[in-house]
Design a protein. Structure first.
Length: 144
């Protein structure tokens, strides 16, 4: 059985407050990109910020997604952190995804890793994941 946090850098429950559609990259014309902002209610892993931005793509067969997030809905999110870079599709010269036009190259970017139980908290599989995670912690208060 995989670990409860799926080796994610950040695990939290939060409500989507904004879903910003990013410009289409000419090198990846068939895949939309998004910056999804969450108001965090509970953390299991990570820096415990009150708001957090996760970058996502149109949902695809590679388990990377982000297009299905809805403003106002609450989600459990498992996010990996990696440096902003241009990532080629394995074995080809086709761009798989990229954030370097949005976030400076090398800067940390949070993304939903492949095939985690990220989803709306109303879903049975998500409630099961929350039960396995146990009690979380509240976000830290933002500086005023």
């Amino acid at each position: 059985m995989p670990p409860a946090d799926y080796d994610a850098a950040v695990v939290f429950r939060g409500t989507v407050t904004e879903k910003k559609t990013l410009l289409v990259r000419p090198e990846m014309p068939r895949r939309g990109r998004y910056a999804i902002t969450f108001r965090v209610g509970e953390y299991w892993k990570g820096s415990r910020q009150a708001t957090i931005v996760v970058y996502g793509l149109d949902d695809g067969t590679d388990c990377l997604g982000g297009s299905s997030y809805e403003v106002g809905a609450e989600y459990l999110v498992f996010a990996s952190q990696e440096p902003s870079q241009d990532v080629l599709w394995p074995g080809s010269t086709t761009l798989w995804y990229s954030w370097t036009d949005v976030v400076p190259k090398g800067s940390p970017v949070l993304m939903t890793p492949a095939c985690t139980p990220t989803g709306k908290v109303s879903e049975l599989f998500v409630r099961d994941a929350i039960n396995r995670l146990g009690r979380g912690s509240p976000p830290l208060a933002e500086a005023k």
